[in-house]
Every structure is written in C-alpha cells, then in structure tokens.
Write a protein that binds this ligand. Structure first.
Ligand code: PMP
Length: 360
C-alpha cells in the first residue's frame, strides 16, 4: 500500500493514525460486536461517544459553557440558509463580509430569509486581500455579521478575529477550524463542514452561543431549528453516526499531538515553507497580499497555462495528488490541512523546484 501526498481541498487528507484505527474497529467497535455505523444512535455506546467527543472538542477549542456544540448535517451550504432562518426575519438586516467565493455563496443562500447586506467585499481586488476594517460599512441594526475566516478557493485568511461590537459574529470556519488556537468567546456562532480538518463529509459542527438560540422562531420546521437540535443534543433525528465517530477519533488525535497551539505552529511552518518557495522561485506566483495569505489553502500559478497539464501529470506520477486549482480560479492549489505533514510539504516543494528548473 502506498499513501499519496494528498493536497486536496476537501474532502481532504485525514491523519493516517485515525484511518488505521477506524479500519481496526470497523467490524467490532469497542467490544460491541458491531461496527459503530450499525448501532443505535440512542444506545449507550454511541451516546457515550457523543458526550466524549463534545468534551474533547470543548477542551481543544476552549469552548465556554454558555455555548452549545452541535453535530449536524447538510454541509456548510445548508447552514448558509439555516443561519438567517434561525437568527433573523425576512424584513431584518444581516451584514456579510465577502472575501471570496464561499462568502458570496453564503449571501446568495441567505437572501430568501433576510435582507443580506454586503458590508465589505474585496471582489474589486479579485479576492486577493481583506478589505481594511475601517472601510467596512456595518449596519448597527444587523442581526448578525457573517464572514468566512478562510476562503478555501481564493486562499485568503483573516489573521485576526474582526471587531464588530455587540452584533453577534458568525463564522464559516469550514476550512480553518482547529488549525490554530481561537478565542471562541468572540463569536456568536461558528460552523464548519467536517471534510477538511474534522473528518469526513456529511457532518457539520456548530458552536453556538446560548442567547442566540432564544431567537430561533417556532415558525420554521423543527429540523432546521438550532434550538431544537440543541435541546435534543444533536439527536433530534438520526445523526451521521460514522462521521461523528471519525470526528471523535480526529479530536483524540489532535489532543495526542499536543492541541491547537502545537498544530498552529506546525501549520504556520508548513505554509511559510510553501509560500517561501513560491515567492523565491521566479516561476510560481501567488496573488494574495502576504498579510491575508491562508495557512490552509495555497493557490498558485505557473508562468504559462500550457504547463499546467504536465505539472499535474508529473505530480501525480510522483505521488502528489489533489493539486488542481478550483475551476473558478484555475491554476494550482495545495491545501495544507492539519493531517498534511511537513514531510508531504517537503516532497511538494522538492517536486516544484525540480519542475521549475526543467521548465523555467
Ligand atoms: N464554506 C467553505 C469555506 C468551504 O470551503 C466549503 C466547501 N469547500 C463550503 C462552505 C461548502 O461546504 P459543503 O460542500 O459541505 O456544503
């Protein structure tokens, strides 16, 4: 068996230790005589997993007691719509900070349920930077401010949590959750699809402050209500039990690795290494303003489009996969999530340096 160096943007690389453990427990999980995916979500064993995984995530992220942690479904995309359904009314205003394609989609899905205002955008700069905070036009009546701390396609990441006063801040952390330490108390809600730093697709982790749950209206179907899911401890209906189990293994792995401070330093080092090679190559380029460059997703371009096919073919032959850029942007993209090792990054930069030497 050979494992590739996987730079996929998502679904993405998982820690090998986690996969090996999942494999070893597939037929008999915790001496139950069954796979975790064959057992009732309301049974004692799964309920114990649910409670322990929540506690592990609370420990890792330092989640305060006045936040609920939910393990839901629908992908981040469903929550683009569910957020306004729960926290606003169609005649109310919500502010959106748009720094890339996912922020744009969040606005689009919110529109049926709230007056979604774009309070700041860097679309005029082709999403290569974060609009300066003093240029944002936030509406004090806004029910919340939504932003995307890390834009997976454009490779743009906030290096600090923006200050938005008393209006609840809601963050789509699909591609940067668990990538470094974070002050959860600055947020009204954090949500993230699992298929990058948490586990497999089909699971969404939501961290929501108690006072926001009081806003959830009775007029929406209960399946969409965060308050309902919180009251039912994410067991309102059948959750994605296997996805939840994989997440629980990833949380344990993160703890064993030393937690988010250690992981954050590793991620910083990985990103610095790759950006350093890109900038120093005189061959590759990354258009993002250095202060807004993502640690998780590194888009880069070759000097000529016709080099892209040979780059990808040769990379594949060398065991490097997932490097093709998003169709919206073209070029290449290397995603450096938690499970991507520095060794993989070294293999990538060696390949890139050699490719540049041969084609430069
Ligand atoms: N937000 C961000 C930042 C993402 O990266 C993605 C997926 N790549 C999504 C939302 C959409 O997630 P999903 O496909 O799970 O709905």
């Amino acid at each position: 068996m050979t494992r590739a160096c996987n730079f996929s943007a998502g679904p993405a690389a998982l820690p090998e230790e986690v996969l090996v453990q999942a494999q070893s427990e597939l037929l008999d999980w915790g001496h139950t005589g069954a796979s975790v995916m064959e057992l009732s979500h309301r049974g004692r064993d799964f309920m114990a997993l649910a409670a322990e995984s929540e506690q592990d995530l609370r420990d890792l992220m330092g989640i305060p007691d006045h936040y609920r942690v939910l393990f839901l479904q629908g992908g981040a995309t469903q929550h683009f719509a569910q957020i306004p359904m729960n926290f606003a009314a169609p005649d109310q205003v919500a502010d959106y900070i748009v720094t890339g394609a996912w922020g744009e989609k969040a606005v689009r899905e919110a529109m049926p349920y709230v007056q979604a205002r774009i309070a700041a955008t860097s679309v005029d700069k082709h999403f290569t930077r974060i609009p300066p905070r003093d240029a944002w036009s936030l509406d004090p009546r806004a029910r919340y401010v939504h932003y995307t701390p890390n834009e997976t396609i454009h490779g743009v990441e906030f290096q600090e949590v923006p200050e938005v006063g008393d209006v609840p801040l809601i963050a789509d952390m699909s591609s940067d959750i668990l990538s470094r330490p974070l002050d959860v108390s600055k947020f009204g809600m954090i949500y993230a699809g699992a298929q990058k730093n948490i586990g497999a697709s089909g699971l969404v982790v939501v961290i929501v402050r108690d006072d926001l749950l009081e806003r959830c209206p009775d007029s929406i179907a209960r399946i969409f209500s965060y308050a309902e899911h919180a009251a039912g401890h994410s067991l309102f209906n059948t959750p994605n039990t296997f996805g939840w189990y994989l997440a629980s293994l990833v949380f344990k792995w993160l703890k064993r690795e030393g937690g988010l401070a250690v992981i954050g330093e590793r991620n910083r080092a990985k990103a610095n290494r790759l950006y350093g090679v890109i900038d120093g190559s005189g061959f590759y380029s990354n258009p993002v303003e250095p202060s807004a460059r993502s640690w998780m997703n590194v888009p880069f371009f070759l000097p000529r489009v016709e080099l892209e096919a040979p780059f990808l073919a040769e990379a594949g032959a060398a065991g490097l996969i997932g490097l093709k850029g998003h169709r919206a942007l073209g070029g290449m993209r290397a995603s450096l999530y938690n499970a991507v090792t520095m060794e993989s990054v070294e293999t990538l930069v060696d390949f890139m340096t050699d490719f540049a030497r041969r084609h430069g």
